[in-house]
Design a protein around this ligand. Structure first.
Ligand code: PMP
Length: 421
């Protein structure tokens, strides 16, 4: 095993994860599905339930006020993390709910017959199905930014192409920042040009940061989306919590997604209710209180321990090391832009000819190696690539070059086993 980049800091951080103490030989290579949780995140959940549990925004007693403060401090921490304003942060259950929120509340009021919705061919089902249904229900057209199959990047578009693709009929452009299958799919500056063009025709932009948020700095002032979504559980936080950033300009006219609880000032029998201001009007019912506090803890952990530039270099070194070794296996076909992945990747998806990825994943599991197999909730992409299923290895800072070596040894064993049987 060659420790190509010896990153002692990241290796030390792994000691903060009880899961690795409780599962001594676990090689966890499924971080794109969900990340592991540092002990302080778990502790923050236990602390909340042991010391502060009560409902928020409605309890006129000390315990409830402390819980409310903890929840609202979490909102502020998340706003700071992505350079947003406090009131632009809405808690959801995850990326999926965030996108459904926008498609339902903004979409139903702003998309009409003949309008166009633009997404890419690589979207996760979460950023595909809500738009497809909305388009069908409204008689709108779902259009795609096409993948260039020769290099696994989105096809770069001239200004003339962009002007044709994004026009006065385009009402929303909903794009993933990072594909959960291919990694980065953006040629230099295309994303920036698309966002600029969308805004110039009055279209809104939604960015799916589910994969990106644990690996790169997200700054809404730089990216300039109208909506941006991500999930807590992929960035060292708990499950059941996500973030929907809604640009302040849209708050006034945006219909709440769900109704109920304390998101209103006044409710009447004979006239419509008066909603509170954002963010409260967008959070109906009892909020995910403990989960938001846990997510703040994950963000504090990230702020204290992770420098995104160093992280990118480290994860790219693992990715590059894995790709070089996979390239020596003749039956292996990598899905993704190799140059891009080696430079800034954090995952590698591939298939081995004539061996089903589920079989490989099950074989690897016998060696305590966790990987993801299948179509990764991106069936349209797999259909486009004419690939049935694939195996994905996805990294976080607690992975090492030794993990990659152990994975490769087990993979080679698996290939020999399945070729014989
Ligand atoms: N978008 C992308 C790019 C994803 O990778 C995922 C999760 N795999 C989602 C959306 C959905 O996230 P969640 O299941 O946490 O809602």
């Amino acid at each position: 095993m060659k420790n190509l980049i010896n990153n002692n800091n990241f290796e030390k951080l792994k000691q903060n994860f009880l899961i690795f103490k409780n599962n001594k030989n676990l090689i966890y290579l499924d971080n794109a599905a969900t990340s592991q949780k540092p002990d302080i995140v778990i502790k923050s959940l236990v602390d909340f339930y042991e010391k502060h549990n009560s409902n928020i925004h409605r309890s006129i007693y000390d315990l409830g006020e402390v819980a409310t403060d903890l929840y609202e401090n979490a909102r502020q921490a998340i706003a700071n993390f992505i350079n947003a304003k406090y009131e632009e942060i809405v808690f959801t259950s995850g990326t999926t709910e965030g996108i459904n929120f926008v498609a339902d509340s903004w979409g139903k009021e702003n998309i009409f017959s003949g309008d166009q919705i633009l997404i890419t061919q690589v979207e996760h089902h979460a950023n595909f199905l809500p738009w497809q249904r909305l388009a069908q229900e409204k008689g709108a057209e779902l259009k795609f930014l096409n993948l260039d199959k020769s290099n696994f990047l989105l096809k770069n578009l001239s200004q003339e192409d962009l002007d044709k693709l994004i026009n006065s009929k385009t009402k929303i452009v909903a794009l993933t920042l990072d594909s959960n299958v291919l990694g980065n799919i953006w040629p230099d500056d295309l994303l920036e040009r698309i966002i600029e063009k969308a805004h110039s025709v009055g279209a809104k932009v939604l960015l799916d940061a589910a994969q990106a948020v644990a690996h790169k700095k997200i700054d809404v002032e730089i990216l300039k989306p109208d909506f941006l979504v991500f999930s807590g559980h992929k960035m060292f936080g708990p499950t059941g919590i996500g973030v929907l950033y809604i640009k302040k300009d849209l708050h006034k006219n945006l219909r709440p997604y769900q109704l109920g609880g304390s998101m209103v000032y006044s409710v009447f029998c004979d006239k419509p209710a008066i909603y509170r201001d954002a963010p409260n009007k967008f959070e109906a019912g009892t909020q995910p209180i403990a989960q938001a506090i846990g997510l703040k803890s994950a963000i504090d952990f990230t702020n204290q321990n992770i420098n995104f530039d160093e992280l990118k270099k480290y994860e790219a070194s693992l990715t590059s090391y894995l790709i070089d070794k996979l390239n020596l296996i003749p039956e292996c076909q990598i899905l993704g832009n190799i140059d891009m992945l080696k430079k800034e990747g954090h995952l590698v998806t591939f298939y081995i000819k004539n061996i089903h990825a589920h079989d490989l994943s099950a074989f690897l599991s016998k060696n305590n190696i966790a990987t993801r197999s299948g179509n990764h909730c991106a069936q349209p992409l797999f259909e486009l690539l004419s690939v049935e299923s694939s195996l994905r290895v996805s990294f976080s800072f607690y992975n090492t070059h030794e993990d990659v070596d152990l994975f490769l040894d087990a993979l080679k064993e698996a290939i020999i086993f399945f070729e014989k049987n």
